[in-house]
Design a protein around this ligand. Structure first.
Ligand SMILES: *[C@@H]1O[C@H](CO)[C@@H](O)[C@H](O)[C@H]1NC(C)=O
Ligand SMILES: *[C@@H]1O[C@H](CO)[C@@H](O)[C@H](O)[C@H]1NC(C)=O
Ligand SMILES: *[C@@H]1O[C@H](CO)[C@@H](O)[C@H](O)[C@H]1NC(C)=O
Ligand SMILES: *[C@@H]1O[C@H](CO)[C@@H](O)[C@H](O)[C@H]1NC(C)=O
Ligand SMILES: *[C@@H]1O[C@H](CO)[C@@H](O)[C@H](O)[C@H]1NC(C)=O
Ligand SMILES: *[C@@H]1O[C@H](CO)[C@@H](O)[C@H](O)[C@H]1NC(C)=O
Ligand SMILES: *[C@@H]1O[C@H](CO)[C@@H](O)[C@H](O)[C@H]1NC(C)=O
Ligand SMILES: *[C@@H]1O[C@H](CO)[C@@H](O)[C@H](O)[C@H]1NC(C)=O
Length: 840
């Protein structure tokens, strides 16, 4: 005796203990060649499994009536009757049924044992059940997942086909565990996906989840939580609703608990509430919601209460906001509305105990009358879950039709073993009222889901479809307008934080990714649609952005421009320098033979004047954006000109002061000096050295212009020649300085010479000026950046040349022009004589 057999024996004992004939109602039983078992919830009581304490089948009639359950049961009766009326399906075969009220969860085991037993109530203990024929060939139901799994655990042992019409739990997809269980509804994941799609469509990302404190609530809310996390929708909070007592009253503790939940709900910014719960829990809850005057909420109903007529009859609910529900698609079933409330012609049911084959919980005296009172709403809401029951019955019928080798007119009425019927059911594929009926790999039927909106206007469909969801596509379709009961019918928002604008980034607040602050992007960074919401991207180096910008702009290039005042000033100075130098040149040219010009250096003064002239003419290279060419000029040309001038001055001072001493003391050196044009050689050598320095400097760095950001104004990029220019400048200046010192020393030595030979003052002046200006320029460059440096640079250059031009040549021209009597060899001779006499 295996464990399986032992299990069955104990079940058998239970069956014997439980079974007892009860009242028979023709609604629950129809004799036929083959019986279908039907499990429905006509009564329900959420409060606990108290019945498990005693070995006794609970009396469902003592519980609350569930209108929708009776409606579904009627659908099964309708389907069977229709099949029996038809001649094409199962011709000559009479389909019967045996239905039991399972009172939601309380009464599952007894009916399933009853179905498994044979006519004599006994479930024999066999080694092999492959040739066992139980009372029913298939079971339709039950409605909820928990009960379905309980029943499925029994039926799977016998491979007795079971088709549930509204159990959505994903656990039922496990075909190793539940090989005989099929469904005519899509599984929970599709229901939840439809909900998530709905939230995504309306941009809700901050929701509240309320669940019943049972497997249904826990499983589905967990599944929803998993899915939401992947879609960036956050759960503000989740609460379990307290289960009410059988008579729908709440204990004070439960009342307080509900109060806490509603207070939380009212204080939350989340306006979308998903409720996963059997509808029985919700009567007390929604009455409390009404008492709390909650408004503006969007309630999303799970399939368990999405089309519940009793809750809908709480018409005051319209005040609390919008109700949306997920449910099975609507399929019109002609004639069902009349059938639902049709009274049997058989008159009153026979008195209890007379029938030999009845079981308990097969009665519901109030069902029909209550259903009648809801007839209007049930009719106008149309056939939804009802169709699932209807198609389940048809699936069995079609399988049976195939198993019995039926032709157009007759069937072979052979013994039907459940496992053989199960094989056929898996293979059914037919069209019923416009829908293809077949089961997928997991035994589910991929029916479309509808999102319904609750309406309370009479004459209108209380559950109007506003969108549909096709499990195959996984997307909402046919989305219609919804009346939101808000101002101007705007879609309610349910977000923890409003989306950030472009140009702002999110800063997380707390643990939820949906809650954040918006922070403006700082200057130099930006954010637009293409980038991560939590970071501002930095701009490329040549670009910049303002605070809260969505893109970067090119930085303005700063360089010296013609229209600026400093440029004009420098240009005027350069023009002055150029014209005065030109004038000096002309004057010197005209008075070339005079002693004044010869004392100024004679032809050598032209060696100074021409570079001066060129330098003044080249000043415009400082204006405009720097190029390689202008940088070359700025860094090389001017300094070379300057060196030429300074070396000329130095060599001239040397000649005046030392030439006589050299002639007398070093006659051979003097000979060389004169023969090889010593002064010119000196100038050329100096210039060559300077040129070597400049070239070396350029090779060490580069002359190409560079662009740097201005530390004071990030909007601006400074275009300048190489930043290491400063070092080059210092290097150049040191050489010029040396020459200046030499020139100055000679001039100082000759300070007692006649005034018309003595330029010590002028040389000192211009050398000191040039030296201090170069040093101050370097200092300025080291502390400052930008266009101002260029201005200073050009100013210093121009002033240096002006100093030479006007400081050195100016006084001489003045003498030439205004004291021509002093510009005679006689005057010069007298001066020299006077000087010689004074020295003696
Ligand atoms: C079955 O046929 C009977 C008799 O013709 C009819 O009264 C009944 O409405 C039919 N039932 C269905 C469900 O079509
Ligand atoms: C709801 O509104 C009614 C009347 O407007 C008021 O008497 C009652 O106190 C309110 N209830 C709550 C919980 O605010
Ligand atoms: C149902 O209603 C009928 C009349 O419509 C009435 O005669 C009958 O007693 C009612 N049955 C129950 C159980 O209330
Ligand atoms: C709906 O509710 C109203 C008042 O709450 C009640 O009078 C009516 O009988 C209910 N309707 C049904 C069909 O039960
Ligand atoms: C059902 O039958 C139709 C046509 O007879 C066929 O196109 C479809 O693929 C079948 N579906 C399945 C799941 O076998
Ligand atoms: C929805 O409402 C808008 C404006 O109220 C209207 O333009 C549009 O046609 C409506 N759409 C549907 C499908 O009713
Ligand atoms: C409603 O619409 C009107 C005009 O269409 C507008 O002036 C008003 O601001 C809107 N009210 C709200 C709350 O959106
Ligand atoms: C977003 O930034 C990128 C990168 O700077 C830019 O190419 C794109 O044009 C920007 N888009 C908008 C809409 O500003």
């Amino acid at each position: 005796m295996g464990p399986r057999v032992r299990t069955l024996r104990s079940l058998l004992l239970l069956l014997q203990a439980l079974a007892g004939p009860a009242a028979q109602n023709s609604d629950f039983y129809l004799a036929g060649d083959y019986l279908l078992g039907g499990l429905f919830t006509l009564h329900a009581n959420m409060k606990g499994p108290a019945h498990l304490d005693v070995l006794q089948v609970p009396k469902c009639e003592e519980f609350d009536l569930k209108v929708l359950g009776y409606n579904l049961m009627q659908a099964m009766r309708f389907a069977v009757e229709e099949i029996n009326n038809q001649s094409s399906l199962l011709p000559g075969v009479l389909l019967g049924y045996e239905m039991v009220d399972i009172c939601y969860l309380s009464n599952n085991v007894q009916p399933v044992l009853y179905f498994l037993a044979q006519d004599d109530y006994f479930l024999p203990i066999l080694e092999d059940y492959s040739h066992y024929v139980p009372r029913v060939v298939a079971v339709i139901g039950p409605d909820n997942s928990e009960a379905t799994m309980t029943v499925a655990n029994f039926l799977s042992l016998f491979l007795l086909p079971q088709i549930s019409y509204s159990a959505i739990s994903d656990q039922l997809r496990n075909k190793l565990r539940y090989p005989a269980t099929l469904r005519t509804v899509p599984s929970a994941s599709h229901h939840i996906e439809a909900m998530v799609q709905l939230m995504l469509h309306f941009g809700w990302n901050w929701i509240v989840v309320l669940v019943s404190n049972d497997d249904y609530g826990r499983d589905n809310s967990q599944r929803l939580g998993d899915r939401l996390a992947r879609r960036n929708i956050c759960i503000a909070f989740q609460e379990a609703l307290p289960m009410p007592e059988p008579d729908r009253t709440l204990t004070p503790a439960q009342q307080a608990r509900l109060g806490d939940i509603l207070l939380k709900l009212r204080q939350s910014t989340a306006r979308v509430v998903v409720v996963f719960s059997p509808e029985l829990v919700l009567h007390a809850f929604f009455e409390e919601v009404l008492r709390w005057n909650l408004t503006g909420t969007v309630w999303i109903a799970s399939e368990s209460w999405a089309i519940d007529p009793v809750l809908h009859n709480l018409t005051e609910l319209r005040r609390t906001g919008t109700f949306l529900g997920i449910t099975i698609q609507r399929v019109p079933m002609l004639g069902f509305s009349e059938f639902r409330v049709r009274r049997s012609q058989d008159g009153p049911p026979p008195p209890s105990g007379t029938s030999p084959r009845a079981t308990c919980n097969q009665q519901c005296d109030a069902c029909l009358n209550t259903t009648e009172s809801f007839s209007a709403i049930l009719t106008s809401s149309g056939e939804r879950v009802v169709y699932s029951v209807y198609s389940a019955v048809y699936a069995v019928a079609h399988a049976l039709h195939s198993l019995l080798h039926c032709t157009q007119t007759s069937c072979v009425k052979e013994v039907v073993y459940p496992w053989r019927l199960l094989e056929k059911i898996w293979k059914v594929n037919f069209t019923l009222l416009g829908n293809r009926i077949f089961f997928d790999q997991q035994g589910d039927m991929p029916m479309r889901l509808d999102i319904v909106e609750w309406q309370w206007d009479v004459r209108r469909n209380p559950f109007r479809s506003i969108a549909s969801y096709d499990p195959a596509q996984g997307q909402l379709r046919d989305i219609r307008n919804i009346s939101w009961h808000t101002h101007n019918n705007t879609v309610p928002t349910s977000m923890c934080s409003k989306d950030c604008e472009l140009g702002q980034r999110k800063k997380a607040v707390g643990i939820h990714p949906c809650c954040f602050e918006c922070i403006d992007c700082s200057p130099g960074t930006f954010r637009n649609q293409t980038s991560d919401e939590f970071v501002c991207q930095p701009c490329p180096s040549t670009m910049w952005s303002r605070r809260k910008d969505t893109s970067c702009f090119q930085r303005r290039l700063a360089f010296l421009e013609w229209q600026e005042a400093p440029t004009i000033f420098v240009a005027l100075l350069a023009a002055l320098g150029f014209s005065s130098t030109l004038a000096i040149l002309v004057i010197f040219w005209q008075h070339l033979p005079t002693p004044m010009v010869r004392s100024a250096g004679g032809p050598m003064s032209f060696l100074m004047l021409v570079p001066l002239l060129l330098a003044f003419a080249m000043v415009p290279v400082y204006v405009g954006p720097p190029t390689v060419f202008t940088c070359l000029f700025r860094q090389a040309f001017f300094t070379l000109c300057f060196t030429v001038c300074i070396s000329c001055i130095a060599v001239r001072s040397f000649q005046i002061v030392c030439i006589f001493k050299m002639a007398s003391r070093l006659p051979r050196a003097y000979g060389f000096w004169v023969r090889y044009h010593g002064p010119y050689v000196f100038v050329v050598v100096m210039t060559a050295i300077k040129a070597a320095i400049v070239v070396g400097n350029m090779l060490a760095t580069t002359t190409s212009p560079t662009v740097r950001s201005d530390p004071d104004d990030p909007n601006v990029m400074i275009a300048s020649c190489h930043p290491n220019y400063r070092n080059g400048l210092l290097f150049n200046t040191s050489m010029d300085l040396l020459l200046s010192v030499v020139g100055f020393s000679f001039a100082y030595l000759g300070k007692e010479l006649p005034t018309n030979y003595n330029e010590a003052r002028f040389i000192t002046l211009s050398m000191t000026f040039s030296f201090t200006s170069s040093v101050s320029l370097c200092t300025f460059m080291s502390v400052h950046d930008g266009v101002l440096v260029t201005i200073m640079d050009v100013l210093v250059t121009v002033l240096n040349f002006l100093a030479i031009s006007l400081g050195y040549f100016g006084p001489k021209c003045y003498m030439i022009l205004f004291y021509p009597e002093r510009n005679t060899p006689a005057y010069f001779s007298s001066m020299i004589q006077g000087y010689t006499m004074r020295r003696d």
